[in-house]
Write a protein that binds this ligand. Structure first.
Ligand code: MRU
Length: 379
């Protein structure tokens, strides 16, 4: 597929993916999402007119990935305000839609805080709704900017760790434009390496059970014209053993104060493999994903997902939702129980570096992390 990268007006490379946007339709404002459950089979937009529709979209992974969950949470608050719904109730519903990605609550709190402050300052509900929307838009913009800066810092780090270029990078889940206002987090680094002619191969873990790697990262890699190869998650070990991986790049849903990283289940085994094979394991995330209020990995709530995601073949068009289960084929005997955590936690001593828009911390220590994000984190 030809390279479909576009330079957005604000200078951010997005390879043409529009993950989320606010639209003022004749029937009132709506939040429009690219429905990620339907990718790569079809590009269908999901028009959300109210907060329950957004909550359903978040729970069923029509929209997913930490940074964009924050953006959608903020737009959700703005939507509730603009349509005259109870903003506090809407904020609670949105913030609780998924527990692990810290960005969701952050985005919701930012827009709701701006709304409350405008009301308290004597503005009417309409003016406060405008303020909430402006805050959501600001977060959207900031995330795009953070994306570009993470890509630059991440690439500089790769060049330092692996002089000579020609990187073969392994990634897990999806961390590109589909999770961001810009080009993403870990995948953005690989995309920039590709644009600089430095990427030899992108190894894409399929990412069971919901196949974010196969469905979404491969989709983005193809659009960007990258050289990529898909593998089953359990093939990663033999790939390392064959000396085919120069670096692992992953994102994060929440980074605790001690540098523990919660990310898509399957990240921790990759970190163990990387350590054994002396391969850098690099986490790329905006500073909004660092949660200094969570002391360590044990304090991170890990989302548990339904058994059918493991016991049934994901059904195109409803692969992440409950409704699709009945229509898809069984992979295991009826009634089989499944262990299906959405995320796992990688301890800091397995992480070579954490890259944010502010730079990189390596080795990963609580003090180094606090210093790195201290400049950009909200109080
Ligand atoms: O369950 P998902 O698809 O929302 O999980 C997403 C991930 O685990 C990503 O790796 C993470 O959000 C980082 S994206 C910047």
């Amino acid at each position: 597929m030809a390279d479909q990268s576009v330079e957005a007006p604000d200078g951010h490379v997005s390879h043409g993916v529009r993950t989320v946007r606010w639209e003022a339709s004749s029937d009132g404002p709506v939040v429009v999402l690219l429905d990620q459950r339907r990718l790569p089979v079809e590009e269908v937009e999901l028009v959300c007119t109210d907060v329950p529709a957004l909550v359903e979209a978040i729970r069923t992974l029509a929209v997913r990935g930490a940074p964009v969950l924050g953006i959608v949470g903020a737009y959700g608050v703005a939507l509730a305000a603009a349509r005259g719904y109870d903003v506090t109730e809407a904020a609670n519903l949105l913030a609780q839609a998924r527990p692990t990605a810290v960005n969701l609550g952050y985005g919701v709190r930012r827009a709701a805080g701006a709304y409350d402050a405008a009301l308290a300052a004597g503005g009417g509900a309409e003016q406060a709704a405008g303020v909430a929307l402006a805050e959501a838009r600001a977060l959207h913009r900031e995330d795009a900017e953070a994306s570009s800066r993470m890509a630059a810092h991440g690439l500089a780090l790769l060049e330092e760790l692996l002089p000579g270029g020609g990187f073969r990078v392994l990634t897990h889940c999806n961390t590109g434009a589909l999770v961001s206002g810009g080009a993403g987090t870990a995948l953005a680094v690989a995309v920039w390496a590709h644009h600089k002619g430095q990427l030899r191969r992108l190894w894409v873990d399929e990412t069971r059970p919901l196949l974010q790697g196969a469905r979404l990262t491969a989709y983005e890699a193809a659009r960007a014209g990258m050289a990529y190869t898909l593998l089953t998650d359990n093939a990663a070990g033999s790939l390392f053993a064959a000396g085919e991986v120069d670096a692992v790049l992953i994102g994060a849903d929440r980074i605790a104060a001690d540098g523990s990283v919660a990310n898509k289940v399957g990240s921790y085994p990759l970190a163990v493999l990387a350590k054994y094979h002396h391969v850098p394991f690099i986490v790329v995330a905006p500073s909004t994903t660092v949660d200094l209020a969570t002391p360590d990995g044990a304090a991170i709530e890990i989302e548990q997902r339904p058994a059918h995601e493991v016991t049934m073949v994901p059904h195109p068009g409803a692969s992440a939702g409950g409704r699709g289960a009945a229509a898809s084929a069984p992979l295991a005997p009826v009634g089989t129980q499944a262990y299906n955590p959405a995320f796992d936690v990688t301890p800091p001593d397995l992480v070579t570096a954490i890259v944010t828009e502010e730079g990189a911390v390596a080795p990963v220590t609580a003090a180094g992390l606090a210093e790195l994000v201290g400049r950009s984190q909200p109080d």
